[in-house]
Design a protein around this ligand. Structure first.
Ligand code: ZN
Length: 439
């Protein structure tokens, strides 16, 4: 991919993220209100109370990609790249620099151990130390800032800092738009040079980019270009939906998944429980019978253990689920090894299975007990037995072969139960009876 193509992709990601942020900021004003009340009395210690409208968490989460140093659209990194293009007029440069400078100031000065804090200090101490994750160094800084009524005050300053950084997002966006129009033609592959990795067609529009892992699972980084035709992109989106609706994954996604495209936290509704995230690290589980859930137990390592029993509302369809996973797997091959590798005839049976559900002589293997975590991990490798693929989606482990060959797995490995679903013709069942989707 040329530098210009890569830059255009960064621009697209930036514009999409900025438009989500704008939607929240243009929502009802009371949703973005934050309040801090200090209570002081003769007989009790001073305490503070923080309250926030419904959009405050959404705002902070949608701002995150612009602040996270590992993100491709981190504000300072994008600004540095824009400046290097030399395409922005001096007045615009001054405007953006001023927005950056203004965003560093806190509403009122706060000093810790004689050191004046910037909005960035507060953002990272609270954001990394408590809000998004629990980084030890940030946690220590946060504790140092959190004296007396200060814990809630830091929270207020954090959200206040978010408002300042959002102003920078839109200042940089204006500069980005100014540059975008002046970029040289990208020289992307013309029609005829592209072949769709699913239908092998070359006609029509190929769209700007395709997410290998559905965006709703947070697979932002794994994108392929000029590999999927618009027809397949459209037609096969039902498979992504089938995967997201697969209830064990829906439950994990409610806890670990990113916000939806509408800027809402994902939810999972099962027959007897609802799982819903209300803040970056806050999950609410509601038992519909009204029976209280057993209290969570705190383990020695600080983690929390609790048990909920959720009954799905519908049985899973292993063929639909299998097609969704094979679609991802072919995309992974294209992403890691190039579209020519994904177009290898050895994957034609997999392609037909994705497109039509035609019997595919292999197994879908799943570990029904998930150890939940917040990550999506992928692994694939061609071998004598076929191309083996393993996906770990927030702790749910799935495996398959991209070539017609049975993945023979015992029903149990080291005490862990393993489910195998045969995806081929029924008579080829190789003695594996578990094809009805029961768990
Ligand atoms: Zn296609």
């Amino acid at each position: 991919m040329s530098d210009t193509q890569e830059l255009r992709a960064v621009f697209r990601t930036y514009k999409r993220a900025a438009s989500l942020l704008r939607d929240v900021l243009q929502g009802p004003t009371q949703d973005l209100e934050i309040a801090f009340r200090l209570t002081a009395g003769k007989d009790r210690p001073t305490s503070g109370e923080f309250s926030a409208g419904a959009g405050v968490d959404r705002h902070a989460v949608l701002l995150r990609p612009f602040m996270d140093p590992s993100s491709p659209i981190e504000l300072r990194a994008v600004w540095t790249r824009l400046l290097a293009l030399g395409l922005i007029g001096a007045p615009r440069v001054a405007e953006v620099e001023a927005a950056f400078a203004a965003s560093e100031a806190l509403t009122f000065p706060v000093a810790v151990n004689g050191e004046n804090l910037s909005a960035r200090d507060v953002y990272f101490a609270y954001g990394e130390g408590e809000y998004f994750r629990e980084d030890e160094v940030a946690r220590a800084r946060l504790v140092a800032m959190s004296v007396g009524p200060m814990p809630q005050l830091v929270q207020l300053l954090f959200h206040d800092a978010c408002a300042g950084f959002s102003a920078v997002v839109f200042a940089v966006l204006d500069a980005l738009l100014e540059c975008e129009g002046q970029l040289p033609e990208s020289g992307e592959a013309g029609p005829g040079l592209r072949t769709c990795i699913y239908c092998r067609g070359s006609d029509g529009d190929f769209g700007p980019e395709e997410h290998v892992i559905p965006e709703s699972l947070g697979g932002d980084a794994v994108v392929i270009r000029n590999c999927v035709c618009a027809g397949c992109n459209n037609r096969l989106s039902t498979l992504d939906k089938a995967l997201l609706d697969f209830q064990p994954l829906a439950m994990l996604r409610a806890v670990f998944g990113p916000m939806t495209k509408k800027g809402k936290f994902p939810k999972a509704r099962l027959r007897d429980i609802d799982i819903e995230r209300t803040a970056p690290r806050h999950v609410r589980i509601t038992q519909k019978t009204g029976k209280p859930l057993p209290a969570p137990a705190r383990e020695e390592d600080g983690s929390v253990r609790f048990t909920v029993t959720g009954m799905g509302t519908k049985p899973a369809d292993p063929v639909l689920l299998g097609r969704a996973l094979v679609k991802i797997a072919l995309g992974l091959v294209a992403h890691d090894a190039g579209s020519a590798a994904a177009l290898d005839p050895r994957y034609d049976a997999a392609r037909a299975f994705v497109m039509t559900g035609a019997p595919f002589a292999t197994h879908l293997v799943m570990v029904p007990t998930a150890k939940p975590h917040g990550q999506i991990r992928t692994w694939w490798q061609p071998s004598a037995e076929g191309t083996l693929v393993a996906l770990n989606l927030f702790g749910l482990e799935l495996g398959l072969s991209l070539e017609p060959s049975p993945v023979r797995m015992p029903d149990e490995v080291d005490g862990v139960r393993i489910l195998s679903f045969w995806l081929g013709e029924p008579q080829d069942a190789h003695g594996v009876a578990d094809t009805d989707g029961t768990q």
